[in-house]
Design a protein around this ligand. Structure first.
Ligand SMILES: C[S@@+](CC[C@H](N)C(=O)[O-])C[C@H]1O[C@@H](n2cnc3c(N)ncnc32)[C@H](O)[C@@H]1O
Length: 408
């Protein structure tokens, strides 16, 4: 008989390390309830692999990836880097240290620094009017032509979440990372770059909208980020993580994909599926477009509205999730449930009591499709849910787990 997941995780020690060791702030991350999610998975786990079908920041892989084979999937490609770091990265001989990588990027920055004229440089003591002028001037770089390949952040994001100088460094670092595409620390480099970008961005942890300085106090706050040097953020995270990576290649065979969940399920072997789809109407492709562009570095066309590029400078082709579109949500869950049954898997579904579909509807749909399964719904306060009541609309937001296990 297979040991349970929790036994293998040695009384949650690894879970706590995983939950603490976050690289980016991610909307809907399950880091804070990771213990509970893994307990839920454990209830239906019958050995073999675990599929993290909507992996996002891949925190589940961080918790269980050294114990079980993981099929990690998310429609957003940047999630591949996070999953890859937790599942496949290792400290191979000749892994470059942070200083070497930073020196290489610095060299590129120095070669290109004259692309940023003095009038685009921020000064810590600027008045609101001066700052606004510099910020606007940064944003005009979008109209410039640059002849070197690695210029996309400088051109598109200067004066938005980052300054032109920070963008120059992001492009340079991304160029350096590309050289290590086949190296076991490629994902570590990519994720530490995402980390440095997150902690120097003037936004609030995502890239849906950047802020304009309107008052002295917002100016002060934004200026703190504009003046931040991303290099120490990269260096600290890279060195700290390198110390924790295994000294050998992973023994387990993991799979990392960036597919629509229906496509992923269509070829999935029987396993335990953890599904954590979006809960609300906002699209991840809008909130994290800058990470997608960093990862792919495909220089996408930008979304245009009313003849102008939209303020958030979003990718033109970005994924619209059926879980975020009211009319498509029931069908999206139906496809999810059918895909899971057809793959012969058990399921743990994370959702909440204020999502795009009520828990009552969700239960009805699940009961209808999972006829040969046992079904349980747990709320995050560990109460079993009493179904069939709708009067408690104003109840506080609660996470819920739907556990589905095949009957034998
Ligand atoms: C709630 S988040 C997952 C959070 C993740 N469990 C964590 O702890 O970080 C939902 C994820 O679903 C992904 N997603 C949305 N629509 C999808 C689709 N059609 N197929 C695959 N992934 C999708 C989003 O990109 C997002 O990362």
């Amino acid at each position: 008989m297979d040991a349970t997941l929790l036994d293998q995780l040695e009384t949650h020690g690894e879970l706590r390390v995983a939950a603490r060791n976050q690289y980016i702030k991610y909307m809907g991350s399950k880091a804070s309830i990771l213990d509970w999610v893994v307990e839920g998975i454990d209830e239906v786990y019958e050995g073999g692999g675990v599929c993290d079908l909507f992996s996002g920041s891949s925190i589940l892989s961080a918790a269980i990836g050294r114990q079980v084979p993981v099929y990690s999937n998310d429609i957003q490609h940047y999630s591949r880097a996070l999953a890859g770091l937790y599942l496949n990265s290792w400290h191979a001989p000749q892994t470059p240290d942070a200083k070497t990588l930073l020196a290489e990027a610095d060299k590129l920055v120095q070669q290109r620094i004259e692309l940023i004229p003095e009038s685009l440089r921020y000064r810590a003591d600027s008045t609101l009017a001066e700052f606004t002028r510099i910020d606007e001037a940064n944003r005009t770089l979008i109209d410039e032509h640059f002849s070197h390949r690695w210029h996309y952040f400088l051109k598109v994001y200067s004066g938005t979440w980052w300054s032109a100088e920070q963008c120059l460094w992001i492009d340079a670092m991304r160029q350096v990372v590309e050289r290590f595409r086949e190296h076991p620390s490629f994902d570590l480099m990519m994720v530490c770059l995402m980390h440095a970008m997150a902690y120097t961005s003037q936004g609030t942890g995502h890239y849906a909208q950047y802020r304009n300085a309107k008052t002295a106090s917002s100016l002060r706050d934004i200026m703190t980020y504009r003046m931040r040097d991303p290099r120490p953020y990269f260096e600290r995270k890279y060195n700290a993580t390198l110390d924790t990576l295994p000294k050998h290649a992973p023994r387990l065979q993991h799979q990392i994909t960036a597919l629509d969940y229906r496509e992923r399920l269509s070829t999935l072997p029987p396993c335990t599926v953890y599904a954590d789809p979006p809960y609300c109407f906002v699209h991840y492709s809008r909130f994290y477009h800058a990470l997608e562009t960093l990862y792919l570095y495909d220089k996408p066309d930008l979304q245009v509205k009313g003849g102008s590029i939209v303020k958030g400078r979003y990718r033109e082709e970005r994924h619209q999730s059926p879980f975020c579109i009211g009319t498509q949500v029931p069908g999206a869950f139906e496809d999810l449930f059918r895909g899971v049954t057809e793959s012969g898997s058990n399921l743990v579904l994370s959702y909440c009591n204020t999502g795009m579909i009520s828990l009552e509807e969700l239960e009805e749909l699940a009961n209808h499709i999972f006829e040969d399964h046992d079904l349980q719904i747990l709320l995050s306060d560990h109460r079993h849910m009493t179904m069939g009541r709708r009067q408690d609309r104003d109840r506080e937001v609660k996470e819920c787990l739907v556990l589905v296990k095949r009957r034998h």
